[in-house]
Design a protein around this ligand. Structure first.
Ligand code: F6P
Length: 365
C-alpha cells in the first residue's frame, strides 16, 4: 500500500538522550527529499497540547547530527491522557485527558502522520492517539535501553561509554587511596547501563535492580580485596538497585508528573554502609545527567540514522501504529500499542551476567 503522506510532525518526548537530533535529521531530510513537509512539535506532547508546532526548514535540520540534546525540546511531564491541569479543591493534583486536543492540533496543522521519538512513557502517550486514528510511527530512544520490543535504543551506547570513561578514572583514584568507590549510574528500573559500563570498566562489584543485593556480600568483597593486597574496590551501582528486602532510594517524588518517581541516592547509602561495616574508607560519585549530555557516539549516530530512515520507510509504505525496533541484528518494527508503557529488563540468562561472573565480578547475591 502506498501512502498519501504530504506533511508530518516530529516530536521528542521524555528525558533527552544523545542521538535525538540524528533521528530528527534523518526523518526530516528523507521526508523533504520526497517532497513531504516536516513540522516540529515542540517540547514533546506539550507542543500538541499547547499548539506549539512550526514548519522545519532544511537548514534547521542540517549540521545537527553531532549535537546532543534535541532541537525540538522535550518534556516528561506531558502525557495527554493524564495531563496535570492544577489542583483539586482538596489540594490533590488534577489530571485531565487532553488526547482530543492533541488530535485536533494535528488536524489544524494538516499533519498526515506524527513521528514520536521517545521511550516507554512517550509510546504510552502516543497509544491513545493511534487508537483515535492518528497515523503514527514511533522511534525508540532512551539511555536506559529498557524499551520493550527492541533490543537496542540509541543513546544507550553513548551513556555506557560516558559511564565507562568515568569509572576508568575512578579506578586510578580508588587505587591511590585504597578506598571503596561507589559509582551510581542511571537506568531507572533497568540495570543495562550498570551491567555494560560495569563490565567494560572491570568494576569489582556490579549492582542492578533486577538482582537485589546483600550488603553483607558486598562488604565481604570490599574486605577481602582490602586484605589481599589489591586494597581497593570499585562498585558500579544502578540507581534502581536495592538491598534484598529493602527499598529503592527515591531522590524526589513529583505528584504532578505522569512519571512521579525520580530515583537516586543508593550510591551515598551504600558508601556509608560499606565504610561503617568494613572500616575501609569509601567515597561515592553520582554520574547523573552527564550520561545523557553531549555528542552521541558514532554507533548511536548510525543507529539513530537507521531508525529515522526506517520510520520514513514505514510511513511511505502506508503503515501506522508501528514502533521501529532492532532485533537479532537487524531493523524491524513491532506494534506500538503492544510496546507502550512496557519495560525490558535484564534477565538472569543474559550472557553478560555469566561472563562477568566468570571473571570474578561480584553481584552481591
Ligand atoms: O530515562 C532516562 C533517565 O535519565 C533515567 O535513567 C533517569 O532515572 C531519569 O531519566 C531521570 O529523569 P529526569 O530527566 O526527570 O531527571
Amino acid at each position: 500500500m502506498s501512502s498519501n503522506i504530504r506533511r508530518i510532525g516530529v516530536l521528542t518526548g521524555g528525558g533527552d538522550c544523545p542521538g535525538l537530533n540524528a533521528v530528527i535529521r534523518a526523518v526530516a531530510k528523507d521526508a523533504m527529499h520526497h517532497g513531504i513537509e516536516v513540522y516540529g512539535i515542540y517540547d514533546g506532547f506539550l507542543g500538541l497540547i499547547e499548539d506549539h508546532v512550526e514548519k522545519l526548514t532544511y537548514e534547521a535540520v542540517s549540521g545537527i547530527l553531532t549535537q546532543g540534546g534535541t532541537i525540538l525540546g522535550s518534556s516528561n511531564k506531558a502525557n495527554p491522557q493524564s495531563y496535570y491541569t492544577g489542583k483539586n479543591p482538596d489540594g490533590t493534583p488534577r489530571f485531565e485527558d487532553v488526547t482530543d486536543r492533541c488530535v485536533e492540533c494535528c488536524k489544524k496543522h494538516g499533519l498526515d502522520a506524527i513521528i514520536p521519538i521517545g521511550g516507554d512513557g512517550t509510546m504510552a502517550a502516543a497509544a491513545p492517539m493511534v487508537e483515535k486514528g492518528v497515523n503514527c510511527i514511533g522511534v525508540p530512544k532512551t539511555i536506559d535501553n529498557d524499551l520493550w520490543g527492541t533490543e537496542l535504543t540509541f543513546g544507550f551506547n553513548t551513556a555506557v561509554q560516558i559511564a565507562t570513561d568515568a569509572i576508568d578514572r575512578i579506578q586510578t583514584t580508588a587505587a591511590s587511596h585504597h578506598r571503596a568507590m561507589v559509582v551510581e549510574v542511571m537506568g531507572r528500573n533497568a540495570g543495562w547501563i550498570a551491567l555494560y559500563a560495569g563490565v567494560a570498566s572491570a568494576s569489582d562489584v556490579i549492582l542492578i535492580p533486577e538482582q537485589p543485593f546483600q550488603i553483607e556480600k558486598v562488604c565481604e568483597t570490599v574486605t577481602r580485596r582490602s586484605r589481599d593486597g589489591r586494597g581497593f574496590t570499585v562498585i558500579c551501582c544502578a540507581e534502581g538497585a536495592a538491598p534484598k528486602g529493602g527499598q529503592r532510594v527515591v531522590e524526589r517524588h513529583d505528584p504532578t508528573s505522569p512519571d512521579p518517581i525520580r530515583l537516586g541516592g543508593i550510591g551515598r547509602w551504600l558508601s556509608g554502609e560499606i565504610e561503617n561495616r568494613t572500616k575501609v574508607e569509601s567515597r561515592y560519585t553520582i554520574l547523573g545527567h552527564v550520561q545523557r549530555g553531549g555528542t552521541p557516539t558514532a554507533r548511536d549516530r548510525i543507529l539513530a540514522t537507521l531508525f529515522g530512515d526506517h520510520a520514513m520507510e514505514l510511513l511511505k509504505e502506508g503503515k501506522s501504529g508501528r514502533l521501529v525496533a532492532w532485533q537479532c541484528g537487524r531493523l524491524t518494527d513491532v506494534p506500538l500499542l503492544e510496546s507502550a508503557g512496557k519495560q525490558r529488563l535484564v534477565t538472569p540468562d543474559n550472557p553478560l551476567l555469566a561472563a562477568a561472573r566468570s571473571v570474578g565480578t561480584d553481584f552481591g547475591d
